[in-house]
Design a protein around this ligand. Structure first.
Ligand code: FE
Ligand code: ZN
Ligand code: FE
Length: 208
């Protein structure tokens, strides 16, 4: 248990937590890359892995600014998010696109958690007028926000539509006289293989 006697000590404790979180991510992201199918997703995760390694370095610089040795303190939140992501990525999916969608969901939870953590640390560093720490952490939070946006774009343009089944497209058409289904088909879903093409499991899916 840490004893917190000042905002500065609180900031240091937060940085220890984030340092642990980032170091965990350098080991967790490669596993998600291996389980991803979409090239766009793999590339985005690889890019963010490279950034994450730089983020670890930036935190070490921030500790230096505070005249502290870089030290990690277990981030239970990130540990849990990573465990959950691994578990979901390991589930059995009918379609690789669905696994990619789950991986994107797990990665976005991580980004949002990081954005929250860095946001608080930046606010505290700003109150303490630690300008160099503020700019180091701001560089990182901007990368986290960009990673989150990129994942949203990938989910919208590739994964979710790939994961849609023909049944779902057809049912959407029946419910609303064709318009959304036609719109979706226009974006290429029906041309892709679905669980329906591969046979047999459509009845479970059509009850929704
Ligand atoms: Fe990060
Ligand atoms: Zn934490
Ligand atoms: Fe991140």
């Amino acid at each position: 248990m840490a004893s917190i006697d000042s905002l500065r000590t609180l900031l240091v404790e937060q940085l220890k937590d984030i340092y642990d979180a980032e170091k965990r991510l350098t080991k967790a992201i490669p596993k998600l890359i291996k389980k991803s199918t979409s090239d766009e997703l793999k590339t985005a995760l690889q890019h963010h892995l490279d950034e994450t390694e730089e983020q670890v370095g930036r935190l070490e610089q921030a500790f230096e600014q505070l005249d502290m040795a870089a030290k990690a303190r277990t981030c239970a939140g990130m540990k849990g998010l990573i465990e959950e992501g691994d578990e979901h990525a390991g589930d059995d999916y009918d379609d690789d696109g669905l696994r990619d969608a789950a991986i994107i969901g797990a990665a976005q939870r991580v980004e949002h958690y990081e954005i929250a953590a860095y946001g608080t640390a930046i606010a505290h560093a700003r109150l303490l007028e630690l300008d160099d720490v503020v700019s180091l952490l701001t560089e990182t939070i901007d990368e986290e926000k960009a990673a989150d946006k990129k994942l949203t774009a990938i989910a919208e343009s590739v994964v979710n539509l790939d994961a849609a089944t023909e049944d779902e497209v057809r049912m959407a058409g029946r419910r609303s006289r064709g318009a959304p289904a036609m719109a979706m088909m226009g974006r290429g879903v029906s041309a892709r293989s679905s669980a329906h093409d591969r046979g047999g499991r459509s009845s479970r899916r059509s009850r929704r």
